[in-house]
Ligand binder design. Structure first.
Ligand SMILES: *Cc1c(COP(=O)(O)O)cnc(C)c1O
Length: 356
């Protein structure tokens, strides 16, 4: 399968000369550094932040490439996946001319980033059970469509979408980029596309440290793709997009993958317990199957329940106005105690709203 990045990437970026930082021009770590106008005395708090961070995140990528089983030149690290989403659209789509395809209901940032860049957003909604509607995808795609955005496990529905359908799209459109957002992939063992990335040069895989790794506050997202595309992302990112504290925290975190795996196991167990308990709730009409750390739940009185819960300081996400999510709240899996708290407040709500 052939993907020609020189025609896929916007031509002016292909030829762009990127900013060359002091840390690009001298890569050693030892010496008297008088090249970057840093403060040699240190920082005002004494914390080691007076030096610029590694713009290429070399040490992190070395470790990460082992954990993920990919080559370092296949890795882009961003200030959250959001940065990768933004840069991908910037790199691939010409404003006012080209388009992306999204499969709603899905993560909102794909459309927001496209809207900001004046890139047209085409939609091929998922089926009612939140799987890819292949005929719909095929009839919606236009020649101007540069990228197809697939979220699996999907947000807000929580489920993995059909792997064969993704494969069909990837193989049918080798000259379009297919982004597979795997933000929740840790909760769905063996479902990642990472092991077959080398076979599909048009595939970009997004992952994040925000969910399973428990590091949403750090803002750290990953994109895995063909080295030619990764090189373009690196060329157009801000030179120091990951700050020194984030890089340090991440390097430590990467030694604790077992802890991440343990939390994933615990969250999956809590999801099971919560889903079973929700089945018995008078308010609950349907619980959608989840391969992530969220449950999409259809309830009888979504708006009333949502606001009642907020009044009790239990915050869920009202998705009842989202396409195909009519009547649904999205509930993140909490600790055992937090989930119990949710359930008892739902019981109280039902007692206040007897069946009519
Ligand atoms: C939470 C989430 C992300 C993560 O975004 P970050 O910017 O890395 O925090 C990405 N994609 C989806 C679908 C998500 O739900």
């Amino acid at each position: 399968m052939k993907t020609d990045f020189s025609t896929l990437v916007r031509p002016h970026l292909w030829n762009l000369t990127p900013y060359s930082s002091a840390r690009d021009e001298y890569k050693g770590t030892e010496g008297v550094f008088l090249d970057a106008n840093e403060n040699p005395f240190g920082s005002v708090t004494g914390e080691y932040v007076n030096r610029y961070p590694d713009p290429h995140q070399t040490e992190i990528k070395r470790k990460l490439s082992q954990i993920k089983g990919v080559r370092e030149e296949q890795i882009f690290l961003g200030n959250g996946s959001d940065e990768a989403i933004d840069l991908l659209i910037k790199a691939i789509c010409t404003p006012l001319e080209q388009s992306i395809l999204i499969l709603p209901p899905t993560y909102g940032m794909y459309k927001v980033c496209a809207d900001i860049q004046q890139v047209t957003v085409l939609s091929a909604p998922l089926t009612v059970d939140f799987d890819i509607d292949l005929p719909r995808v095929e009839e919606t795609i236009e020649p101007s469509t540069q990228m197809i955005w697939i979220c699996s496990p999907n947000n807000p529905s929580g489920n993995l979408v059909d792997r064969e359908k993704i494969r069909t799209i990837v193989e049918k459109y080798p000259q379009k980029i297919v982004v597979i957002d795997e933000a929740y992939i840790d909760f769905a063992p063996d479902a990642s596309w990472l092991p077959v990335l080398d076979q599909y040069p048009n595939v970009v895989i997004l992952q994040t440290f925000s969910k399973a790794w428990g590091m949403a506050g750090l803002r750290l997202g990953m994109a895995f793709a063909h080295p030619e595309l990764i090189a373009i992302l690196n060329k157009i990112k801000y030179p120091y997009n990951l700050n020194i504290l984030t890089q340090k925290a991440l390097l430590q975190a990467l030694d604790h993958e077992d802890q991440k795996n343990q939390m994933v196991q615990d969250l999956i167990q809590e999801r099971q317990i919560l889903a079973e308990a929700l089945q018995n709730q008078a308010e609950v009409l349907h619980i959608f199957p989840s391969d992530s750390n969220q449950l999409l739940v259809r309830v009888k009185n979504p708006s009333d329940l949502f606001h009642y819960l907020i009044g009790q300081k239990v915050i869920t996400r009202d998705r009842s106005n989202v396409l195909l999510c009519e009547g649904c709240l999205r509930i993140s899996i909490g600790t055992r105690e937090e989930n119990q708290h949710l359930l008892s407040e739902m019981n109280r709500f039902s007692a206040l709203h007897p069946e009519t």
